[in-house]
Design a protein around this ligand. Structure first.
Ligand code: CDP
Ligand code: CDP
Length: 223
């Protein structure tokens, strides 16, 4: 019987985490968990409620009382479908501020660990290998140059029918990465035992097969 693998995929914005993690999960028949969608869901609800986002107690209360359902690619917050709404520029602009809050992270990390309790998951985010699932069987840290990540996001926005300004995207991604890397709780960084993959110039297919190879090595080679 094959062990039900736990795979952690971290990295900065636009590195390809969600695209690649979803594909790897599909190929291996595992559950895909997008933790970024959870931070976005809390940010969306906080913005909806009109609460001041610097009110840390208020935002923490929202995190504790909100039901988040992930049913890839669908996301629901308290039963409301928010799949597209959580990717809005407004949510994107505020999410790293919410993700800095210790109590918000505590609540979401608990949910994430519960989802991964029995293994058989591919989870992507910023702190999965370092904090959420430190015992994951496979840890990947995906990166690409800032310029390439901006280009990918720009093309994606156009494809989804939004207008997109590359200079603004550049500033937004750079600033969000800096906030994620420099916060005190679970900052974005590779785990000591993560395999770092620079995906600059690599296709989605290439990256997916690199990760599948890594998983095969893990299964056949043991520890
Ligand atoms: O898809 P994109 O890279 O734009 O972002 P995301 O993965 O949806 O994550 C949105 C934000 O949530 C990140 O910029 C982080 O501030 C936060 N996040 C986090 O702090 N920890 C995670 N495990 C996942 C996301
Ligand atoms: O989740 P994360 O923010 O790390 O990135 P993503 O949303 O999965 O990928 C951002 C965009 O880059 C998507 O439109 C992908 O199709 C694209 N992409 C790519 O062009 N080449 C790759 N090797 C990976 C992703």
């Amino acid at each position: 019987e094959m062990k039900r693998l736990t795979i952690a995929i971290d990295g900065p914005a636009g590195a390809g985490k969600s695209t690649v993690a979803r594909r790897v999960a599909e190929e291996m028949g595992l559950l895909y968990v997008d933790t970024g969608a959870m931070y976005r869901a809390i940010t969306w609800k906080a913005l909806q409620s009109g609460i001041d986002l610097s009110d840390e107690q208020g935002v923490a209360g929202i995190a504790r009382e909100t039901e988040i359902e992930l049913n890839p690619p669908e996301v629901r917050v308290d039963g409301i479908r928010v799949t597209e709404a959580i990717r809005s520029p407004e949510v994107t602009q505020h999410v790293s501020k919410v993700a800095k809050m210790a109590e918000v992270r505590r609540v979401l990390v608990e949910k994430q660990r519960r989802l991964a309790r029995d293994g058989g998951v591919v989870m992507d985010g910023r702190d999965i290998g370092t904090h959420v699932l430190p015992d994951a069987d496979v840890k990947v840290f995906l990166t690409a140059s800032l310029e390439e990540r901006v280009r990918r996001r720009h093309l994606e926005m156009i494809r989804r029918g939004f207008s997109s300004d590359p200079d603004r995207l550049y500033q937004e991604i750079k600033q969000r990465d800096e906030m994620d890397e420099n916060r005190s709780h679970s900052p974005l960084r590779p785990a000591a035992d993560a395999v770092i993959m620079d995906t600059t110039g690599r296709s989605i297919d290439e990256v997916v097969s690199m990760i599948l190879d890594l998983c095969r090595t893990k299964v056949s080679g043991g520890e």
